[in-house]
Design a binder for this molecule. Structure first.
Ligand SMILES: Cc1ncc(COP(=O)(O)O)c(C=O)c1O
Length: 426
């Protein structure tokens, strides 16, 4: 591994890393897992519609695909650019609705089936009925989180009647803690980072046989839930008349913390688009846990080991140690990763606000840097030569994944916008 990469990482310089082991190809494992994910979402649809009217009569958690207008990205970035508006997802207001909510409802269905309270094939909407309340009230859902996963798990668990416990890291924003406590969720705040909060949550959950622990570092269920987003994206692109193929490749930029959300989506993309989609993780310069894990194959375990602080305004991405489970899934499936400074978060939070009327939290704005980094930077020249050779750059379709924002309280959001305007002036 080149020392130049280590030096640039340690100096917190924004950079692109192309994965030398990347093998874009048809992917039967990804396809089989996506099929299961879609069937599980279908089985939960009646329950979602009953619990959360905002998911519509179809009980679907889905977001808009929005064209990014000219002027948001720097001039000269080739191709068409879209934003996947998970910042506005129903129920949890972030991408975590695709994972945490999914794990809670699929676990509830499995528990009810096992207890003989729900027959195979019976509509899971029954789980929202008052008779099931006592069954769920005796049980607990627990999770460790930087904030948004806790919201997604807490909201869904409480809606079903579970007790809910969320262990939060020191980075967790006060408004996320308040929102959870208002819902009757027990919040345990740790002075430590996210990795330590998850470990504490895991240990506490192990003492209670009626507690289900949503393990953000190691959950195939969470991962499966997220993966279904790729099928949704395929429907939306098709509805806009965009056919992804060898001459019209898809590039997707995914904000990354511990890896479940972006990893699940990246694997789903492989299932749906085969070799024609390329997923990139996007990480804070001070917390590139996925890049460190994948580039150094475990030689450096945490971002602290390469001299970084894990401090960033992108609270959802303030993760020092990447998931081993997701690392295994990404080895050949991830095109690469890039890092951004906190100034980038505020630049794009403001552009999305002013030019698109979209409300993002800082983590969610990070992916907007992707098209420029991957299409124009010297760092990514090797990727372009290997994977975009012969492709007209104007044909490339870019999707920046905006991962959260809807629930940010107005006072906090205007503080972000004011801060961003100040930074834009300097
Ligand atoms: C807004 C936002 N974006 C991105 C992420 C990263 O997701 P993951 O930790 O699954 O990689 C998170 C995680 O909480 C988040 O809250």
């Amino acid at each position: 591994m080149s020392d130049a990469l280590l030096e640039a990482l340690g100096a917190a310089r924004p950079l692109v890393w192309s994965n030398p082991d990347y093998r874009p190809a048809e992917d039967p494992q990804a396809q089989a897992e996506l099929k299961i994910a879609l069937a599980d979402w279908d089985a939960a649809a009646g329950l979602l519609a009953a619990l959360f009217p905002e998911t519509g009569p179809e009980g679907r958690i889905r977001s808009r695909l929005v064209p990014v207008p000219q002027g948001v990205l720097p001039a000269g970035v080739p191709g068409s650019v879209f934003m996947k508006a998970d910042n506005d997802l129903p129920v949890a207001g972030s991408v975590k609705a695709r994972g945490g909510l999914f794990e809670v409802v699929t676990t509830a269905i499995a528990q009810a089936r096992e207890a003989g309270l729900l027959a195979e094939g019976e509509d899971a909407a029954k789980l929202a009925s008052p008779e099931l309340r006592d069954f769920f009230r005796a049980r607990t859902m627990s999770v460790g989180s930087t904030g948004n996963l806790g919201l997604s798990v807490g909201i869904t668990a409480r809606a079903l009647g579970y007790r809910a416990v969320v262990h939060m890291s020191a980075d967790a924003k006060a408004w996320k803690v308040k929102r959870l406590t208002d819902l009757g969720v027990s919040v345990i705040q740790h002075a430590s980072d996210y990795t330590a909060a998850v470990a504490a949550a895991r240990d506490a959950a192990a003492l209670d046989p009626l507690c289900h622990f949503v393990d953000d570092e190691d959950s195939p269920t969470l991962f499966r839930g997220y993966s279904a987003s790729a099928a949704e994206l395929a429907e939306e692109l098709a509805a806009q008349g965009i056919e992804i193929g060898p001459e019209r490749p898809l590039m997707v930029y995914l904000p990354c913390g511990v890896g479940g959300a972006p990893g699940g989506t990246a694997q789903g993309l492989r299932a749906v688009f085969g070799a024609n989609a390329h997923g990139f993780f996007c990480e804070p310069v001070q917390a590139p846990s996925g890049l460190v894990r994948l580039a150094y194959k475990g030689k450096y375990k945490t971002v602290y080991d390469v001299g970084l602080t894990n401090k960033t305004e992108a609270d959802g991405m303030a993760v020092a140690t990447f998931s081993d489970f997701v690392a295994g899934r990404m080895e050949e499936r991830l095109a690469g990763a890039f890092t951004v400074g906190d100034d980038t978060l505020f630049t794009y939070l403001l552009k999305a606000h002013d030019q698109m009327g979209e409300k993002l939290e800082p983590s969610a704005a990070s992916a907007f840097r992707g098209p420029e980094m991957v299409m124009l930077s010297d760092d990514a020249a090797g990727f372009r030569a290997q994977h975009l050779a012969g492709v007209d750059p104007a044909q490339v379709v870019h999707v920046v994944w905006a991962t959260g924002g809807r629930f940010v309280p107005e006072a906090q959001y205007s503080a972000f916008v004011t801060e961003a305007r100040k930074l834009a002036l300097v």
